[in-house]
Design a protein. Structure first.
Length: 91
């Protein structure tokens, strides 16, 4: 085990080796309230042509792993994007 002479050395080493096991969610929350980043069609509020399609749009963390809900969000987003493209193309 390395010996540290100062707290900042320990802090730096901890930062160098640290990683997270957590599932980041709710960082671009979907909703109708003023604090929400995206609306129901996953479009970023105030920015045309930008969607967020990952776990960050979840309004709160699930009680289980975030992989399955994220796949469902992506599938729904693909449906919405395809439908929008077809309506613009006159299909």
């Amino acid at each position: 085990m390395p010996q540290y002479q100062a707290d900042h050395e320990l802090v730096k080493t901890a930062g160098d080796i640290a990683s997270t096991i957590f599932h980041p969610v709710v960082t671009a929350r979907m909703g109708a309230d003023p604090d929400a980043v995206v609306e129901g069609a996953l479009r970023v509020n105030g920015l045309a042509g930008i969607r967020v399609v990952d776990a960050s749009v979840m309004p709160r963390i699930t009680s289980g792993n975030t992989n399955s809900p994220t796949i469902i969000i992506a599938e729904k987003a693909a449906e919405m994007i395809n439908a929008a493209a077809k309506s613009h193309a006159g299909v």
